[in-house]
Design a protein around this ligand. Structure first.
Ligand SMILES: NC(=O)c1ccc[n+]([C@@H]2O[C@H](COP(=O)([O-])OP(=O)(O)OC[C@H]3O[C@@H](n4cnc5c(N)ncnc54)[C@H](O)[C@@H]3O)[C@@H](O)[C@H]2O)c1
Length: 469
């Protein structure tokens, strides 16, 4: 195994690029110790895969805010990185002070990474949002400065699917109403219009991560499952895709929405769709608040067309916990609260301990893959690029990452520079104004790498250059 390799760049060469260590003694570094540590996915892929590192591990500085889950902290600390962990978010001025120093920052939804904050983040290469949403980050500014952003969109799919199963039973048996009555001292033992769910048809709108998980659970409960999706998708079990939304609405006893928030999905369940639904059917929405026209739902429930509903998401949701679910927030809130057999929950579909733990693992592993290997798979603001791993029998190989403006003629110039070396593999992709190039080159020594690095940095199209080996 090769010993640790250093390339010394001229003083100041690192000041405005953020990919290389700020340590004076370990600038481009593949330390011995790093070969033994494990990145689960990479290690599983091949025992002989060479683990790349841009730094001496102890030089990678990570700031984790907002009580990021222990699972995520463990993955990052296990890499030997310097991890600073804070339970809360920080006021902007303190955040700016702290962010100047770090290569990686992990946040949840409260930390706002605006252009003003990111401008100060001179060493930052990647942001991990340990949550679903990323609108707390200025994604465009980050991309334009070569800073990748990762999140965890699917770690809570199972939690949502389980909640929906519970809601189907609760609605079918009017459990919410019975429970409320008992809380008010009323004994009301009824079976009228209370149903088993076995043999009933569940109609899933949007058969993605959540919809498909849900279908497996619903079939296990004895339900027939149909789904409607704009994409032709492989059915799980004996579920069946239907051609149109109307087909689904006309056949389903329970209709549940699992589509993304898009212009096409805004109010996709409104008055016309309620008319297509079976009389006495049920509606569940744990997707996005814009998907269901709520005044139309109120009408459909008052008329008896819809026998029950469960809503977890709303067009306007308060920023914090408190007595906010009023007409001040949404003009129909009182109407909704006055209905029978309706379950109203405060966007908790994905809120479980398991989901938090899975988010910790997923985001931290994406950060490790990005820091160590340059892989952008799953990034929300950069093109998704990955190359298969370098192997241990390729000791004099290096991975060149060149993030650049997406303008004509760049590849020709980059390939002129790389052309002096043996390029084993190369991949490039672009997204809006930014392009991401990754190339593995062989038979290079540290002097050549230093020269190559400086020539790439000298191109006017450069956003960021990283060399891993
Ligand atoms: N309540 C919660 O706490 C919670 C938690 C996680 C996700 N969500 C929301 O649940 C929804 C589904 O999440 P997911 O992870 O399953 O998403 P996904 O991207 O895996 O699946 C969405 C599916 O909807 C389909 N689709 C898109 N437009 C459609 C249309 N017009 N008609 C029919 N199908 C359409 C897509 O093809 C895809 O198969 C999202 O809106 C997400 O934000 C809510």
């Amino acid at each position: 195994m090769a010993s640790a390799q250093d390339i010394k760049l001229p003083a100041g060469a690192l000041a405005h690029q953020v990919s290389l260590s700020t340590s004076p003694s370990a600038v481009l570094h593949s330390p011995l110790s790093s070969f033994g540590t494990s990145i689960p996915r990479a290690a599983a892929a091949s025992v002989s895969a060479k683990q790349l590192k841009p730094f001496a591990t102890e030089d990678v500085k990570i700031l984790l805010l907002e009580n990021v889950n222990q699972t995520g902290r463990d993955v990052l600390a296990g890499q030997g990185y310097q991890v600073e962990f804070l339970k809360t978010s920080l006021p902007e001025d303190e955040l700016i002070e702290k962010i100047r120093d770090v290569h990686v920052i992990g946040i949840r939804s409260k930390t706002k990474l605006t252009a003003r904050v990111l401008k100060e983040a001179r060493n930052l290469i990647v942001i991990g949002c340990f949550c679903i949403g990323t609108n707390q980050v200025d994604l465009k500014y980050a991309a334009d400065h070569g800073i990748a952003v990762f999140n965890s969109p699917f770690s809570n799919s199972r939690s949502v699917a389980e909640l929906v199963i519970a809601e189907i039973v609760v609605l079918a048996r009017q459990l919410g109403d019975r429970s409320n009555e008992m809380h008010n001292g009323t004994w009301n033992k009824v079976s009228n219009k209370c149903w088993e769910i076995r043999g009933k048809t569940l109609g899933i709108i949007g058969y993605g991560h959540i919809g498909s998980q849900l279908s497996v659970l619903a079939e296990a409960m004895g339900m027939n499952v149909i789904y409607y999706d704009v994409v032709n998708l492989m059915a799980m079990g004996t579920t069946r895709q239907v051609a149109t939304l109307e087909d689904l609405l006309g056949e389903a006893d329970f209709v549940t929405c699992h589509v993304p928030e898009l212009p096409e999905t805004e109010n996709m369940i409104g008055q016309k769709q309620f008319e297509h639904m079976k009389t006495g059917s049920y509606l569940i929405n744990a997707s996005r608040g814009s998907v269901v026209d709520i005044p139309a739902l109120v009408q459909a429930m008052r008329s008896g067309k819809v026998a029950g509903a469960a809503l977890d998401v709303y067009p306007n949701e308060p920023a914090g916990n408190g007595d906010y679910f009023t007409n001040d927030l949404n003009s129909w809130a009182a109407d909704l609260r006055g209905l029978k057999n309706i379950i109203l929950t405060p966007h908790i579909g994905g809120s479980t301990e398991e989901a938090q733990s899975a988010i910790g693992v997923e985001v931290s592993q994406a950060l490790v893959k990005y820091v160590n290997e340059g892989t952008t798979q799953g990034a929300v603001n950069l093109p998704e690029v990955a190359l298969r791993s370098l192997t241990m029998d390729q000791p004099n190989c290096a991975r060149v990452i060149y993030i650049h403006q997406n303008i004509p003629g760049v590849l020709r110039k980059v390939n002129e520079i790389l052309g002096d070396h043996n390029v084993d593999k190369q991949m490039t992709d672009s997204r809006d104004d930014v392009a991401y190039l990754m190339a593995d080159i062989s038979d290079v020594d540290t002097v050549m790498l230093k020269d190559l690095y400086e020539r790439l940095e000298g191109l006017s199209s450069r956003i960021m250059t990283r060399i891993l080996y």
